[in-house]
Design a protein around this ligand. Structure first.
Ligand code: NAD
Ligand code: UGA
Length: 430
């Protein structure tokens, strides 16, 4: 596995756990040192234990020595980042291409090269053309990854589908054998062309992002029309053609993938002179959503944020991860502080360096410390430990206001507790 991040480390560890010999290589020495001390550099439930188990069983090796890793492997998964280029919709493939050059340099015998990184349609062809000098040594295939952070081990071990894209049909048998333990447990094994597999990944992420954006827009309508968005999600989602998942309204979708992959899909389509107006609108609507939420925070606090004490619960883009990439908190917290508010935040995954330089922004070590004496508590990420907080007990301020961006709490109960409660897409949630 080249690249030992959220995907490379989880996939590598899980492949080891189903009996393979795995070498995880990364150019980040700190990461590899940490892993060799038995500690995961990322927070992902269950991962530490699984790493320890497979490391001790000598099925899992961590190294910065890419030459050794390449030489000792039959199958090489490229799992490095594919972020958006700064200020552009285009995908930055420089990390992938640098791996390809190293593979070309160090390979001595036949290898299967697999892109697990999310790459635009046609990238496999570019990789193949770079490797063409020694074509006989390589098969280049696409095997996109569909795991979610926070649920990564379960998603990897029990995937809905495994997608293999290859122009060389012989490869399908090898890949099927590799994934057999998962296929035996019910995972669908889908084979397609290499370009097909690359595009399936972008299409899936863009569609899920569209679903979330759709329900978020509907939540805006519900707030005005006096309807509960959860009824709409349930009513729509019960239609098996629509499906109930990814219909939870909330802040704009974030994370390391939906924002960049929706953009990446548009830029890949532009290469073929194809416009994707639906996806374009999704990106725009998602970007606008943060402004709507900021407007509501202002309204809740009487359009005066100066000297207000605001507490944030959860700053990661979703629960059960330490990942901050494209989290709403990165926009909301700096804005509030700039407008003169004093912001406390608490996140179960710990303090974040992203806020260390912001004046009047303080990490608190627990929920109580974080929320006491606040004018407003904003719930941003739905971690389990936020689900049953007795706000009346911990906030000394008698006029408690809560803005629940994940609809974690019950409107009636909040009313009974005399808490001024605001949520998303519910009657009177404005
Ligand atoms: P990440 O940033 O967490 O990890 C990437 C790792 O690659 C880093 O540790 C980096 O040091 C290493 N790296 C970069 N260049 C290298 C090189 N030349 N040699 C060795 N190591 C190198 O990224 P991630 O979140 O794991 O995502 C990786 C890819 O998988 C992306 O294309 C992403 O879109 C895709 N993906 C991510 C997820 C997810 O949940 N994060 C899910 C599915 C697919
Ligand atoms: C997402 C996809 O779900 C994975 O299948 C994919 O492999 C991955 O991207 C990737 O390509 O990296 P991830 O970003 O880890 O996984 O997390 P999700 O659970 O999809 O959440 C993404 C964002 O959507 C979060 O901000 C989350 O809060 C938001 N979301 C999700 C909603 O607002 N409502 C929902 O109903 C679901």
């Amino acid at each position: 596995m080249i690249g030992t991040g959220y995907v490379g480390l989880v996939s590598g560890t899980c492949f080891a756990d189903i009996g393979n010999q795995v070498i995880c290589v990364d150019k980040d020495t700190n990461k590899i040192n940490k892993l060799n001390l038995g500690k995961s550099p990322i927070y992902e439930p269950g991962l530490n234990e699984l790493i320890k188990k497979n490391y001790q069983a000598k099925r899992l090796i961590f190294t910065t020595d890419i030459e050794k890793a390449i030489n000792q492997s039959d199958i090489i998964f490229i799992c490095v980042g594919t972020p958006s280029k700064k200020g552009s919709l285009k995908v930055d493939l420089s990390y992938v291409m640098s791996c390809v050059r190293e593979i070309l340099r160090f390979t001595k015998k036949k290898k299967i090269i697999i892109t697990k990184s999310t790459v635009p349609v046609g990238t496999g062809d570019i990789i193949e053309s770079i490797l063409k000098k020694r074509k006989k040594l390589f098969s280049v295939i696409s095997n996109p990854e569909f795991l979610r952070e926070g649920e990564a081990i379960r998603d990897f071990k029990f995937p809905d589908r495994i997608v293999i894209g290859s122009n060389d049909k012989k490869i399908f048998t090898i890949m099927k054998n590799l994934y057999l333990p998962l296929i035996n447990k019910g995972a669908k094994f889908l084979v397609t062309s290499r370009r097909g597999a690359e595009l399936i990944k972008y299409a899936s992420n863009a569609f899920l992002a569209t679903k979330i954006t759709f329900i978020n827009e509907l939540a805006n309508l519900c707030e005005k029309a006096g309807v509960n968005i959860e009824d709409i999600s349930l009513g729509m989602g019960s239609d098996s053609r629509i499906g109930s998942r990814f219909l939870r309204a909330g802040p704009p979708y974030g994370g390391s993938c939906f924002p960049k992959d929706t953009k990446g899909l548009i830029s890949a389509a532009e290469k073929y002179k194809i416009k994707l107006p639906v996806v374009k609108t999704v990106i725009k609507s998602n970007q606008n959503r943060i402004h709507l939420l900021i407007k509501r925070i202002n309204k809740i606090l009487g359009n005066n944020l100066k000297n207000k004490k605001i507490s944030i619960l959860g700053v990661t883009f979703k629960p059960n991860t330490d990942d901050m990439r494209d989290s709403s908190s990165l926009k909301i917290i700096p804005y509030l502080c700039k407008k003169g508010a004093s912001v406390n935040y608490y996140d179960p995954s710990g303090e974040k360096k992203d806020f260390s330089k912001i004046k009047n922004c303080f990490f608190k070590k627990d929920i109580k410390e974080n929320c006491k004496n606040s004018n407003l508590v904003i719930l941003l990420t739905e971690w389990d430990e936020f689900k049953s907080i007795d706000f009346k007990k911990i906030i000394k301020n008698k006029r408690i206001k809560i803005f629940d961006l994940r609809n974690l709490y019950n409107t009636e109960e909040m009313k009974k507790s005399k808490i001024e409660y605001y949520s998303i897409g519910r009657p009177n949630s404005n």
